[in-house]
Design a protein around this ligand. Sequence first.
Ligand SMILES: CC(C)(COP(=O)(O)OP(=O)(O)OC[C@H]1O[C@@H](n2cnc3c(N)ncnc32)[C@H](O)[C@@H]1OP(=O)(O)O)[C@@H](O)C(=O)NCCC(=O)NCCS
Length: 158
Amino acid sequence: MSRTPGPVTLRAGSVADLDAVSIVMREAFDARFGEAWTPAQCLGMLSLPGVWLTLAEQDEGIAGFALSRAVMDEGELLLIATRPAAQGRGVGGMLLRSVIDDARRRTLSRLHLEVRAGNAAVELYKREGFAKVGERPRYYRGRAGEAFDAHSYARTIP
Ligand SMILES: CC(C)(COP(=O)(O)OP(=O)(O)OC[C@H]1O[C@@H](n2cnc3c(N)ncnc32)[C@H](O)[C@@H]1OP(=O)(O)O)[C@@H](O)C(=O)NCCC(=O)NCCS
């Protein structure tokens, strides 16, 4: 019998959480498109200054995460994902709003992101104030070597 999911809480993550992050990533991203990162890529990125990990926890597990970085006075959302079983219940929105709040605390003026053309995540980004600012042809390399375009989105941080 399935039970009602418990409350979602957010916390800052660290290198110690990367195994759990990798599981969410493997489940959430469609391997055809080449958007997911390897554990080594995540570790390398999280070791850099200005990079932060946000975790959404639910029922003693990780339901989703966002990986972001600040460079000078601008920020970038590098990755965001929710476990498929937890999708469509607001976890992605909570994570994204938390990243926006972090960006404000870090006095960043703007947040950027890249999203594969056709990824339904665009609707979430638009809902949270991002607008399309450009296109990056052949940005993602899929499993079979084929290329997929990305669209660049950005929003200001008031
Ligand atoms: C994008 C993602 C993080 C959203 O997480 P979530 O917890 O479902 O987010 P929310 O419940 O707050 O919002 C869901 C909204 O995202 C959009 N959306 C994203 N992916 C969707 C999908 N596969 N199907 C339908 N809507 C989707 C919809 O607008 C939806 O709004 P709605 O529920 O009102 O229809 C999640 O779908 C995911 O992990 N996708 C795979 C990884 C990915 O592509 N990440 C983005 C690129 S880094």
